[in-house]
Design a protein around this ligand. Structure first.
Ligand code: GLC
Length: 598
């Protein structure tokens, strides 16, 4: 949001009062000393980035700030390896790199790094703090930003705080939620929804040393932090400041909906969870205003949007999970209805907020997140379709009772590129349509590692005892650099996709220059199979996508009917009728400009 520091202090005070009531005044002084120290330690180079971004409020709303998400080890082995791949990322038009968690995690099973033992150290398997700073610096020099995953909802059971808690230190015991009787556990469980019901049933884990049941929303080794304790808030803020001063320009706040617990609720999306994120934002505005906050909340839009703040402090970015999931659903049904509904919901975001638009990520595709907009029959149909039916080579994943199974699989597998019985040209066209669409939406497009070369599922994960029990490893393959090499200029699927991805990025950035900056506004056309959206009413831009395997003709493009230009190819689109090949995507522009990307 980027407030001046006076306003940010006021915001911070409001949020801390909301969270900690009478403890707030003393806490504000404590936070002030953390902020003063961090401000004194912030380097001139980072302050220059702060000043530059502060001079352009609203810079986060520009299109084409493309993010690339990857696991460090699977992408390039180590952080040094990542530095060696910056040219590759630059050639793809990437502005931001989001490596999945890379801080020191517990050994062996760490839920892919989401069980951290030390937030101030890089996982030694990947590098160390100096090399992280070097990566951040090299990226800054190229005008790119490094966005780190901050696992703020829980620590590993082996974290020093948990270790001390288990040794009986009351200060650290109060960092976690410990329930002393089984009866109390049962009362909480009545309203909680399991995240991993098959592999980690329940939300509590008995720990003899703690003399009770520790709150573990995810795996038993991931201990939920108690944000009702202001010490926890200060610790996490101090970690954010420490990493921001190492040159990190963005944080992905992992599992943000779970930050606050309240009896009788699902303990997700509580008002205090929004206030915590807002307080982090306000504090960063004081010391490191250039740093962006991305909230990870895979929930219904009504629960995600409040993370952007109540018109004041809030996160800058949130995953556009609703539209992403709906795009897959729309492809399965060859019907744009659900996508339009989710776009309308996403358009309710506040002005300063930006969506992180994506097609796939390292987690499962959660159909249940569409439950406010679709019937259980719809959800079931999509779940079955992508769990190995339809054209998909995905697999079903666990779900809590009452929900439908989620889906695992790389985008390339879900569109059909791994199925010999499926037309491969059509499968590739589907992948292109999905990525072309998310680049045309308002917000930042994200490319999940490997999708730029249509990389398929990890077929080996089941041979690895450390991973075989967790289906999400299906979409966490090792980067295939040989395939990436063959993409260069090749007329193969990898090359077609790489080239398309690069063009989408260029075209997305060009939208800013053309003044096409409004939010995506769906438009209903005569054919249900065609998705169309403008970028706010009156703007001469329409993204038009054929979600079906049939060639179609659209008679009119309301409200425009004149000659247009496809911004993706520079091709002229005649007035009146528009013909679309199966899964074709057009970025119709009603102005006279030279072809952008030939
Ligand atoms: C987030 C991550 C997921 C992880 C969970 C627990 O949802 O994206 O991969 O398992 O948090 O940290």
């Amino acid at each position: 949001m980027n407030f001046d520091s006076g306003t940010a202090y006021q915001e911070l005070a409001v949020k801390l009062e909301r969270l900690y009531h009478e403890a707030a005044p003393a806490l504000i002084e404590r936070v002030r000393s953390l902020l003063d120290r961090a401000a004194a330690e912030r380097s001139a180079a980072l302050k220059a980035v702060d000043d530059a971004r502060r001079a352009h409020p609203g810079w986060t709303e520009a299109s084409g700030e493309t993010v690339y998400a990857c696991y460090v080890d699977r992408f390039a082995g180590t952080l040094d390896g990542v530095i060696g791949k910056l040219d590759y990322l630059e050639s793809l038009g990437i502005s931001w790199l989001h490596p999945l968690p890379l801080l020191k995690a517990r050994p062996i099973d760490s839920d892919g790094g989401f069980a951290v033992v030390d937030y101030r150290a890089v996982d030694p398997r990947l590098g160390d703090m100096p090399v992280l700073e070097k990566l951040a610096g090299e990226m800054r020099a190229r005008g790119m930003g490094l966005m780190l995953d901050i696992v703020c909802n829980h620590t590993a059971r082996e974290h020093d705080w948990a270790r001390r808690a288990r040794q009986g230190d009351p200060k650290y015991r109060a960092y976690y939620h410990v329930v002393e009787t089984e009866a109390e556990v049962q009362v909480w469980e009545e309203t909680l929804i399991d995240v991993f019901p098959d592999t980690a049933a329940g939300s509590f884990t008995h720990d003899a040393a703690m003399g009770g049941w520790v709150w573990t929303t995810f795996y038993p080794f991931q201990w939920d932090l108690n944000y009702a304790n202001p010490d926890v808030f200060c610790e996490m803020l101090d970690i954010l400041l420490f990493l921001a001063n190492k040159g990190v320009q963005g944080f992905r706040l992992d599992s943000a909906p779970f930050l606050w617990k309240r009896p009788g609720t699902t303990c997700r999306n509580q008002p205090e969870a929004y206030a915590i994120v807002a307080a982090f934002r306000a504090a960063l505005d004081i010391v490191a205003p250039s740093v962006v906050l991305l909230t990870e909340a895979i929930e219904s839009p009504a629960h995600v949007i409040p993370f952007f703040g109540d018109g004041r402090a809030g996160c800058d970015l949130a995953y556009n999970n609703g539209v992403m999931t709906a795009l897959w659903a729309g492809l399965a049904d060859q019907d744009a209805g659900i996508v339009r509904a989710m776009m309308t919901a996403a358009a309710q975001r506040p002005d300063h907020a930006a969506w992180l638009n994506y097609v796939r990520c390292h987690d499962d595709l959660i159909w249940n997140a569409l439950a406010d907009y679709a019937s259980i029959d719809d959800l079931t149909r999509w779940s079955v379709f992508y769990g190995g039916g339809g054209f998909s080579a995905g697999r079903r994943f666990q779900t809590a009772p009452g929900g439908v199974p989620s889906t695992n699989g790389m985008a390339a597998a879900l569109v059909g590129l791994e199925r010999p019985d499926i037309d491969q040209d059509l499968a590739l066209a589907r992948l292109r349509a999905l990525y072309g669409t998310i680049h045309a939406l308002d917000g930042w497009p994200m490319i999940y590692m490997g999708d730029e070369i249509a990389l398929g599922n990890d077929r080996d994960f089941e041979a690895d005892p450390a991973r075989r029990g967790e289906g999400r490893w299906l979409q966490r393959p090792t980067m295939d650099w040989e395939r990436a090499g063959s993409a260069n200029g090749g007329g193969n699927p990898a090359g077609t996709m790489f080239d398309a991805m690069r063009r989408f990025g260029v075209a997305a950035r060009a939208l800013n220059d053309l003044g096409i900056t409004g939010r995506a506004t769906p438009i209903r056309l005569a054919s249900d199979a065609v998705l169309a959206f403008a970028r706010e009413d009156g703007c001469p831009f329409l993204c038009i996508v054929n979600l079906s395997a049939a060639s179609l003709t659209v008679d009119r493009l309301p409200p425009w009917d004149g000659l247009g230009l496809d911004l993706l190819t520079g091709r002229k689109i005649p007035a009146g009728q528009v013909s679309l090949l199966p899964y074709e995507i057009l970025w119709w522009f009603g102005g006279e400009v030279a072809p952008l990307v030939g």
